[in-house]
Design a binder for this molecule. Structure first.
Ligand SMILES: Cc1cc2nc3c(=O)[nH]c(=O)nc-3n(C[C@H](O)[C@H](O)[C@H](O)COP(=O)(O)O)c2cc1C
Length: 186
């Protein structure tokens, strides 16, 4: 028996990412769990309009998306609970500026340098649609075919209902194998 919870957002867990954007000559950072994929070349970031970060994203149309692993989780959490309105977060991460003037976190295992191409505004949210212009990954996170190996790079996941961070788990199977073997009515 399933119990109705009403209209509850339950699409969790999601990976958390640190968004980086330049405020003149200093970066500012915030943590985002409401991230999504649109097609094969675009991602979506859903940011409440009250945040300090949004203004700079709107100004620059450039941002970085930095995957969080457990090594940088304390700092990631810090930029998720402190606003740039009250705290200078520019020195939380050592970073490298991309050719597009986005700050890329050195300690993040994978960073995407993004161009903001649209903003699908909903009631209280800026939903930034971004194209990925370049992706930088720690070489140790690549497999022998030069693909990102998510058994090594372990993005931290987040779920809102209990406000908790989760680890990724074991590999179940490669896609396309279980369905191939499953027979209707079996
Ligand atoms: C785990 C976690 C996930 C978060 N996810 C989001 C999110 O998806 N969207 C959002 O607008 N804020 C999210 N936040 C809140 C912002 O990161 C937080 O309010 C931050 O202080 C905003 O910084 P700013 O005011 O400097 O921009 C999250 C916070 C945490 C701790």
């Amino acid at each position: 028996m399933k119990k109705s919870l009403g209209s509850v957002l339950a699409l969790y867990p999601t990976p958390v990412a640190i968004i980086g954007v330049m405020n003149q000559d200093k970066p500012t950072w915030m943590l985002v769990g409401h991230v999504g994929i649109i097609g094969h070349d675009k991602i979506l970031l859903s940011l409440h309009k009250i945040h300090y970060t949004n203004k700079f994203i709107r100004q620059n149309n450039r941002l970085s998306v930095n995957i969080v692993d457990e090594n940088i989780l304390p700092q990631a959490d810090y930029v998720g609970i402190n606003s740039g309105i009250n705290v200078d977060k520019s020195d939380v991460f050592v970073y490298t500026l991309s050719e597009n003037n986005t700050p890329l976190i050195d300690a993040s295992p994978l960073t995407m340098d993004c161009l903001v191409v649209d903003n699908y505004e909903t009631d209280n949210f800026d939903n930034f649609v971004c194209t990925i212009e370049n992706t930088f990954v720690e070489e140790s996170m690549l497999d022998e075919k030069n693909k990102v190996d998510y058994r090594r790079l372990k993005p931290v996941l987040f779920e809102m209902p209990t406000y908790s961070y989760l680890r990724t788990g074991d590999v179940i199977e490669r896609g396309g194998i279980l369905g191939k073997n499953w027979k209707k009515g079996a």
